[in-house]
Design a protein around this ligand. Structure first.
Ligand SMILES: C[S@@+](CC[C@H](N)C(=O)[O-])C[C@H]1O[C@@H](n2cnc3c(N)ncnc32)[C@H](O)[C@@H]1O
Length: 339
């Protein structure tokens, strides 16, 4: 079995290089106020080969990479990741590698690198994340790391592609469950290895990102036309007009952000009818509306709160995440005020 493929699905490198990278580069180069020196954060970078492909393309288009942050959860891939970014020529003036699961490292990173990045990327990552809270927490990290008006580019497998496979090639994608537009199944790579796929509907993905304070810019399907002659599947998909991926662009709008706070919980107590008082280890105290599962928050858990405002519906939202010492994330959101 190809070890890297079994771990992350990296063997679809050809498809990534031929289909995803060109679309991503074009969308980035089209940004109206794109600077010459760019700082980029890649969330779920894998072995960073896709990040490097992107940097090479941007450098060929006369851009320079000031900072590159690679956020990855799989510690086993770190040697390859470090190998990629230390291979000559070194394409970024400064590179930060962050282990996503170590929330204290992430918090430390955010303190130093908050609002430092022009572009955030998340390529084929959200499809691998089972928990909605974990997925929204990662995108919150992107929001915090981006400069005001910075852009987030997300690439996922297109739900239509997974539906196509489930009907026409069940050995390639074995669908196990569909609930509220969310498909769960096993994706088998052509050579060997497989991965669980959690495909959220595009609508729910957009809703989650708007709630975090992003503005939606565009979504584009990525079709297999350019590689139609490489495999019968790519030819069939191109002929039937079924896109393999989608690329979504969002922009951080600082006007949607109200406040955020976080800390390690010392105690949490009910307050009045609908509220709780949280005391953090550093002695700070905050009052917040009661959220689902607040009674499950324990001493020593981290609590992260972010309040955003959606002017379209005149509503403020409170996003919350609770991370326990085993690094499990639960979370959700409350509507705190509607005008
Ligand atoms: C299919 S690979 C894609 C890698 C890379 N983005 C690319 O396009 O080549 C998905 C990567 O996301 C990482 N990942 C999954 N969940 C993550 C999380 N919660 N935080 C950070 N990375 C995560 C996996 O470990 C894996 O390396």
């Amino acid at each position: 079995m190809n070890r890297i493929e079994a771990k992350t699905g990296q063997s679809i490198d050809f498809v990534k290089a031929s289909l995803i990278n060109p679309e991503l580069v074009e969308s980035i180069l089209e940004l109206p106020e794109l600077k010459r020196k760019l700082s980029i954060i890649d969330i779920g970078s894998g072995d960073a080969t896709s990040s490097q492909d992107l940097l090479n393309s941007l450098i060929s288009a006369d851009r320079r990479i000031k900072n590159l942050a690679l956020v990855e959860v799989d510690i086993n891939i770190f040697p390859e990741l470090v190998g990629t970014v230390t291979t000559e020529p070194i394409n970024s003036l400064s590179t930060q590698i962050i282990q996503a699961e170590k929330r204290d490292l992430v918090a430390e990173f955010l303190m130093q690198f908050e609002e430092k990045y022009d572009l955030a990327l998340s390529q084929l990552v959200l499809n691998q994340i089972k928990s909605d809270s974990e997925a929204s927490y990662l995108m919150y990290l992107a929001y915090r790391a981006l400069k005001p008006n910075g852009n987030l580019f997300i690439v996922n497998l297109h739900p239509n592609y997974l539906q196509y496979l489930a009907h026409n090639e069940p050995n390639k994608f074995k669908l196990a469950d569909v609930t509220n537009g969310r498909m769960v199944g096993t994706y088998n790579f052509d050579t060997s290895g497989s991965a669980q796929v959690y495909s959220r509907s595009i609508e729910s993905q957009v809703a989650m990102l708007l709630e975090l304070g992003f503005d939606f810019v565009k979504i584009m399907p990525i079709t297999t036309e350019a590689i139609a002659d490489q495999k019968p599947r790519y030819g069939n998909l191109a002929e039937k007009g079924v896109p393999m991926f989608y690329l979504m662009q969002l922009r951080k709008n600082a006007d949607n952000f109200i406040s955020s706070t976080s800390g390690v919980v010392q105690k949490i107590k009910p307050y009045k009818e609908q509220w709780i008082v949280v005391t953090f280890m550093d002695g700070d105290e905050i009052k917040v509306p009661r959220f689902t599962d607040w009674e499950k928050v324990n001493n020593g858990d981290s609590l992260i709160l972010q309040e955003t405002y959606r002017r379209e519906i005149g509503t403020s939202l409170l996003n919350y995440w609770v991370v326990n010492p085993d690094e499990e994330v639960i979370g959700g959101q409350l509507i705190v005020q509607t005008k």
